[in-house]
Design a protein around this ligand. Sequence first.
Ligand code: ATP
Length: 351
Amino acid sequence: MAAIAVRNLSKEYAGGVRALDGLDLEVADGEFFALLGPSGCGKTTLLRTIAGLEIPTSGTVSLGERDVTRLPPGRRDVAMVFQDYALFPHMDVADNIAYPLRIQRVGRQDRRGRAAEVAAGLGLRDLLARRPAQLSGGQQQRVALARAIAAHPAVFLFDEPLSNLDARLRLEARSFLKRLQRDLGVTTVFVTHDQAEALALADRIAVMSAGRITQIGTPRTVFQRPATPFVASFIGSTPMNLLPAVLSGDRLTAAGTAFPAPPGVSGEAEVQYGVRPEYLDFSAEPLPEAFEGEVAVVEHLGTSDLVTLAVPGTPGVRVVVPEGVDPAPGTRAWARPHPARGLVYESGTLL
Ligand code: ATP
């Protein structure tokens, strides 16, 4: 039994905006599930619909065995943490954390006790008497999480809860969230537009586009075998190369260069060839079965450089080059794709 099942869900806002378009989704019990996609693709709308904060135009939402489509948020046994934390400014930390217990009519003494316990687990014990305005962004975030945890929900819904943190705090909070979710085993749906965060945290990822799910899979599958060129271009810290190509037998030709197709791929078709910048060998000397071009841009990534070769007939071929090679802009260079790492799309479908 799925912890969350969404069937044929559509949401049309006033003005005709179709934020969700016949979407299906199942999240397993205890799973950490990420919704990933570009701005405006419907992630927040989906999360709010699961929470009960939006009523779908059609379709159903089930939590466990219950169809909750018509239930108000308070009766769904979910806790949602928003981007802006939505803490009550006039309440101190202890009351903020205990708030859902007050709604559940837990007695005052028990409430304070449980809030203090959760706060201690999150390193907030010394802050219980403060107001939200007297806390840092990271502390506010932990208070919002503590409030969600104190509610003992069946499901956590997080909407970019790390988006207000600086890079270092964000990394810390990320591993904290991962540990917390594993320890509590609570089914969690997490919205982000940061693909690195989704890859790092999630058991599975759904990549969304225009109100639909384009691909669902483990981080490894979505990264290694993106189902469409859209997913391929969206996932990965350096965008994948996508080049027009011709497949002929088990050979590909792109930008005038012929090279082996990935294992198991053959046919006769006009295709798109995808290869990550990490999966090309760079050389300042001629290489067989390699793209040849001029070094146009060199971007320093830290332990490596991202080099863009100007290759006629392509938008440019990006290749990750180990540090120390130091390619000089304006010089000629070669980039040979690893045959097994290439992806071939025919009419937008992975072959
Ligand atoms: P972001 O990453 O920018 O937060 P998102 O993927 O979460 O985006 P949603 O907030 O779900 O996207 O919005 C999906 C679409 O619905 C967008 O086109 C948005 O403009 C529209 N939308 C969202 N809320 C409303 C609303 N209350 N009224 C009308 N249109 C809305």
